[in-house]
Design a protein around this ligand. Structure first.
Ligand code: NAG
Ligand code: NAG
Ligand code: NAG
Ligand code: NAG
Ligand code: NAG
Ligand code: NAG
Ligand code: NAG
Length: 797
């Protein structure tokens, strides 16, 4: 017994080594994988020791001593593991409490796979408390380390979930290593469930289209702490509270994030000697993201049993694991004439739309999807309240499920040539995803705390003076105000996409050849051109260092990543690796509008399209999408043009990512660089609303049509004087009021006069002048701008 000490229950008075502290392991001692000895809590409920997790693979774990797991009566219920992702060998592996106070786990007597990294000169002991907490404590009673601070997939009564901890599910029923689901506090102080898959990630609880109070939560309490007691009362600082179905004194309880992505509170039923579910977060398991992988459908059979199936024309990628999803058996041709659609009724695919097209006829929607090569399917939903239908074309088919509650339909694009064979031989049901899906609760015990009086406020609308304050405004300017999307349908269908890939820093370094080709630079950081391993050309934005944890960064990125519209630049992924924070965007062939204006590459038609597209993108940001976002930095540098000169607005949402870092000179240069586009509200400390973007947009349009503006050397031919951009608006107004019949011709870029449509031009200039009204209430909204431009377009035809 030189190195191993066996600890018996404290009430075992006959313990042969009563001279030692019976339930503790002291400095210099160790537990070996070969000996069946374990630490046992004084009340006998918990054990800590080596637990077999596979062939010759062991984890150091804590489990309920005598209670079997709910899936396998021979297995124990594990509540914590030290080395879940790095099991150790069944020979010569040891847990040792070193003389210096460090607790280490060595694999095969050689490699340290896990350590508490503690240090203490005084006497230190390792205890397993009655609560299931493994604690490293010195003689003064100071706790150096405790397992409660490092939960795996389970919380025990009185164990806190905090801003620094999260639960991560197991990989599968039998594999305890880290899986794809996480329970954590997001940056808005809400407790959420996240599917963090190998390629995509998205949150799914509470329902992502709900704002906090609609989900019965509050985002105002920053303490970020959750706990439940042994009676079954759970409470979280975001106001999520519930009582278990069997509220009261129960022998044992645990809260576990299952490998299937559901969060459940279990209680031990002594009579039946089994764990029963006394609360669960998600009642409809098919709404858990990532369940069946891409291009597949989750179905309910026999109540709430989940089953996965591939879409017609798709086959399972990996026969043994639905997580890989399905892949198409065909190459989708880009030729409109060769595709056909198959109706899948009451099916929803969450996210990944490339736009939102309200009041579209079925034919319009079909054509839209036929014409877009990357359109895999579209969703078409009729809205009784407006009497119109909306069209949601999809680029990826993820999180699909069939539910009779869902009122929309999916039309799947398939090649005409093979249509019959696919549709007739579609595999209806595949493997069962999970046998935990059978758990069904009679009642939901979540306390509904929807409070009608809680109203969001324009918190940013407070007026304060000075340029410094202006800076802070610009930094804090990404005002994401969540609200229920007017375009979202009754069933809570969400328009926006939610997922993207996570890249490693090494991958992106390789893609950019070590960040060599810089293609732009803004307040947030530099932008580089790169080529991903799959040959896609991308623009990679490297953010200035900010003191932000990965979780918070991810939460914010996922908001930006959800915003998806054909006139907004698309984010394909991100990287949060150590200090590095990078964003991966689609690459825009023709660069910025500013560059094109300078080079004179745009004709009148293109300019009108750019004005229209930019307006659509901004209107979507302001009004149509789930998060209400002000851009605050609309300028030609931030409007990018693709290979067809279609515009996409860039850089929305970025200032929020930076607001935790220091605010160095870059912010000042940003303000200077953008001053020409800033609305008077900024200068006069007036409330900042979406109308600041309308103003900037008006300036951009004036700049485009006049050929004069902050980004070009300004020279007025008629007057022979330089015009400063501040005077651009005044100058155009004066021309207009000058009672000259052809004032439009006077102001537009002389190189365009001969070639443009004066009627259209007049509409454009009049609209721009309205946008730059001093009084924000006199300016139109972005969607009114879109109307004006579209309306004219239609008249014209
Ligand atoms: C558990 O899953 C992980 C990740 O998928 C895998 O690397 C590991 O080999 C699996 N372990 C066992 C025992 O199957
Ligand atoms: C449950 O816990 C919360 C916070 O700890 C407390 O405010 C509430 O009164 C408790 N409810 C019951 C029924 O014990
Ligand atoms: C925030 O939550 C904590 C923990 O639930 C609670 O103790 C505290 O009173 C709350 N603060 C406010 C301002 O509601
Ligand atoms: C549904 O349940 C019935 C009996 O409960 C069973 O016979 C049937 O096989 C189940 N169906 C599926 C698809 O699991
Ligand atoms: C399927 O997945 C399993 C486990 O994840 C893996 O071992 C196997 O190689 C995969 N098969 C194929 C064909 O990719
Ligand atoms: C598609 O069909 C139309 C009418 O049948 C034809 O005019 C057109 O050329 C076809 N397009 C292609 C790309 O084959
Ligand atoms: C939808 O479009 C039709 C015709 O284009 C129009 O009459 C109708 O008012 C529109 N409905 C809505 C709700 O915009």
């Amino acid at each position: 017994m030189a190195t191993t000490i066996l600890f018996l229950l404290s009430f075992a008075l006959f313990a042969p080594f009563s001279s030692l502290t019976p339930e503790a392991m002291s400095k210099g001692a160790s537990l070996s994988v070969e000996d069946p000895e374990v630490l046992i809590s004084p009340n006998g409920v918990f054990s800590a020791g080596f637990y077999s997790v596979g062939d010759n693979a062991f984890c150091f774990a804590i489990w309920f001593s005598k209670l079997p797991s709910h899936v396998d009566s021979h297995a124990n219920t594990i509540v914590w593991t030290a080395n879940r992702d790095q099991p150790v060998n069944g020979k010569s592996s040891k847990l040792s409490l070193l003389k210096n106070g460090n607790l280490i786990l060595t694999d095969a007597g050689k490699f340290t796979v896990w350590a508490t990294d503690t240090f203490s000169l005084s006497f230190v002991q390792l205890f397993l408390f009655n609560t299931g907490n493994l604690v490293l404590r010195n003689t003064e009673g100071v706790i150096l380390w405790e397992s409660f601070d490092f939960p795996t997939d389970t919380l025990l009564p009185h164990q806190l979930l905090t801003r620094n901890t999260k639960l991560v599910s197991s990989r599968s029923q039998t594999n305890y290593s880290s899986g794809f689901y996480e329970l954590f506090y997001d940056n808005d102080n809400l407790l959420r469930l996240l599917f963090n898959g190998p390629d995509v990630s998205s949150t799914y609880w509470p329902d992502p289209w709900l704002v906090s109070w609609e989900a019965g939560r509050t985002s105002y309490n920053n303490s970020r702490i959750a706990v439940f007691n042994s009676m079954g009362n759970f409470s979280s600082s975001d106001d999520l509270t519930f009582k278990s179905a069997d509220y009261g004194a129960v022998l044992h309880r645990r809260l576990t994030l299952g490998y299937d992505g559901n969060l459940r509170l279990y209680s031990w039923e002594e009579g039946k000697r089994t764990w029963v579910v006394s609360w669960q977060a998600i009642q409809k398991p098919c709404t858990i993201h990532g369940a069946c992988g891409a291009n597949s459908l989750c179905n309910y059979v026999n109540g709430s049993n989940r089953k996965c199936s591939c879409l017609p024309g798709y086959k399972m990628k990996n026969r043994t694991d639905w997580g890989y999803g399905c892949e198409p058996e065909f190459d989708l041709s880009c030729n409109k004439n060769e595709s056909i659609f198959q109706l899948l009724s009451t099916v929803e695919f969450y996210g990944y739309d490339f736009g939102f097209f309200p009041n579209y006829t079925f034919d319009q929607c079909t054509n839209l999807c036929l014409e877009a090569c990357n359109c895999r399917a579209f969703q078409y939903t009729y809205h009784e309240d407006t009497g119109s239908s909306n069209c949601y074309p999809k680029t990826l088919l993820l999180n699909g499920y069939r539910s009779s509650d869902f009122k929309g339909d999916i039309y799947l694009k398939l090649p005409k040539s093979k249509y019959n064979s696919y549709v007739n031989h579609a595999e209806e049901f595949g493997l069962v995803c999970s046998n935990e899906g059978t758990i069904k609760l009679a009642r939901i015990y979540v306390k509904n705390r929807v409070n009608g009086t809680v109203k969001f406020m324009l918190w940013f609308a407070c007026g304060v003076g000075g340029l410094e304050v202006l800076c802070i405004f610009v930094v804090g300017c990404l005002l994401i105000r969540t609200r229920k999307c007017s375009g979202a349908d009754k069933q809570g269908y969400i328009i926006a996409a939610t997922g993207f890939k996570k890249f490693t820093y090494a991958e992106l370094k390789r893609a950019t050849k070590g960040f060599t080709e810089e293609i732009g630079r803004g307040a947030c950081g530099a932008v580089y051109k790169g080529v991903l391993s799959d040959k896609r050309v991308v623009a990679i934005k490297r953010l200035n260092e900010a003191n932000q944890g990965e979780g918070e960064f991810l939460a914010e990125i996922s908001i930006i990543g959800r915003i998806n519209h054909m006139n907004l630049i698309e984010m394909w992924g991100y990287c949060a690796d150590g200090k590095h924070r990078l964003l991966v965007y689609e690459y825009m062939e023709h660069g910025s509008l500013a560059k094109n204006l300078l080079a004179g590459t745009l004709d009148w038609e293109k300019m009108f399209e750019i004005a229209q597209g930019t307006a659509k993108g901004l209107a979507y940001l302001h009004e149509d999408c789930l998060e209400w976002v002000l851009h605050c930095d609309v300028k030609p540098q931030n409007i990018l043009l693709d290979s067809n000169y279609h515009p996409k607005v860039a850089d929305f949402g970025l200032s929020k990512l930076q607001n935790r870092g220091v605010l160095p000179n870059s912010i000042f240069s940003k303000i200077r660089g953008t001053r020409g586009y800033m609305a008077p509200e900024w200068i006069f400390n007036l409330p900042i609303t979406s109308k600041v973007d309308v103003y900037s947009y008006g300036i951009v349009v004036l700049e485009m049509v006049t050929g004069k503006g902050p980004t070009r050397s300004v020279h007025d031919i008629n007057e022979g004087v330089e015009i400063e951009h501040e005077r651009l608006v005044t100058w155009v107004r004066e021309k207009k009021n000058g009672e000259v019949a052809n004032w439009i011709e006077d102001i537009i870029d002389p190189t365009m006069v001969a070639r443009c449509d004066m009627g259209k031009m007049e509409i454009l200039v009049e609209m721009a002048l309205q946008c730059v009204e001093e009084d924000k209430d006199a300016r139109p909204t972005m969607s009114q701008v879109v109307e004006m431009l579209l309306h004219h377009e239609n008249d014209h035809h």
